[in-house]
Design a protein around this ligand. Structure first.
Ligand SMILES: [Zn+2]
Length: 80
């Protein structure tokens, strides 16, 4: 749905890259996906913002990680 029509209703007006917020999270208001080493002393997380693509007709929403390449590199290295 990042390009083209909504798969649910067919509308082509899509709100792209909308920020996703979690009101109860205080100042940390962006939703992120993270991966981190599963063992070892240092477990620094690698994260990526999530952005929403929203259909203007029915509200169907897809989420995309802003930096999937970096997450994929860490994932292939065994981080979860
Ligand atoms: Zn739709």
């Amino acid at each position: 749905m990042r390009s083209g029509a909504c798969p649910k209703c067919g509308r082509t007006e899509i709100l792209d890259g909308v920020r996703v917020k979690v009101p109860s999270a205080g100042s940390v208001d962006d939703v992120r996906v993270v991966v981190a080493p599963t063992s070892g002393m240092l477990r620094q997380q690698t994260g990526s913002d999530l952005r929403a693509w929203i259909c203007a007709g029915c509200g169907f929403t897809e989420l995309y990680a802003s930096d999937p390449g970096l997450l994929a590199d860490r994932w292939r290295a065994g981080e979860r």
